[in-house]
Design a protein. Sequence first.
Length: 391
Amino acid sequence: MHAINIISGISMLGVLIGSAALIIILSVFNGFEVTILSLYSNFTPEIKIEPRLGKTFDPNTAYFNTLHQDARVFSFTEVLQEKAMVKYNSRPFIGTVMGVSDGFLKNPLLDSIIQSGSFTLKADSQQLAVIGSSVQGSLSINVHDQLSNIEIYSPKRDAGNGSNPLDEFVVRSIRPSGVFAIGPDFDDIVVTPIEFARDLLNQPKNVSSLQINYKKGTDIEAIKDSIKNKIGNKFTVKNRTEQNAELYKTLNYERWFIYMILIFVLIIATFNIIGSLTMLVIEKRKDIAVLTSLGADKQLIQGIFFFEGMMIAMIGCVAGIVLGLLFCILQQRFGLVKMGSKMSVLDAYPVSLRISDFGLVFLTVSVISVIASVISARLSIKGLNDIKQDL
């Protein structure tokens, strides 16, 4: 009897650990998702308008001017960007020059993505650049050095076949004022004033995109649909999710992939119940015989062992969920588990609790436990038949 209690306790502990692990890992993954998406949202606009064909378009139209003057608009940014070569101390890097108008700096969250320096594009009539961490890391740029200018090379639009290759490029120099870090899709960007980009790219009028942010409380989806209906099929209009569609898909796929891996672990832990109940059936053969002689039928015997299996699983599940919840709360408040290295954005593993995760874990354990308990209960009926044969 003592051995069976130990086996049942181990089965319960397995379910507890599996349930707690599911809650903790899903919550940590939620934390990473929230952090990554917030970083992207700090840089990407709520609405982005781009040409369907070609790279640039003329923003000086009646509709775009009306859109700019909309009272709901918080910031309206003209963006001109193109691939270019960035050079520093004779070291080259292929990145993207992104010229932005003054409306871009209205975003109050830009400072949250800065690793070093500041997000400053103009100072005392001097044009400055803010570079991505990939640019800074590849070229070893010191943004605190007032004399450390970077050179940006862009092919001339009317380039011919000259003898000197450098004659085929427009070269402009600019001093970096800060370094930002978001993710691989953005960290190769050099953000400059749009006037600098226009001069570099010889594009005095056109832009690559219009980026619009709206005041709080504005229905972004309704705005997007309205713009799409009025702007025609020559342009694409995207919200933040559509701008980062691959990122959202990747995060979603990774979340379910992790969930499926943990489910297999939980299945193994839960099916230990079958072993413990099988041992219990063997141990309780005489008691089953007594119950049978008193008139207990197969359904009653089966129900007893089914209830036993569900009780083991549910106690382990609830205890695991509570344990996972407590750990997540402590991680949120105190950052018990660190990332392993000091980072400007994250020091400890982030955690974000969602009620849906608790429901998902409870439902998953319940389904697996029902299956395991049904199998165990059927084994008890087989044990009952063996007892009758012995009798």
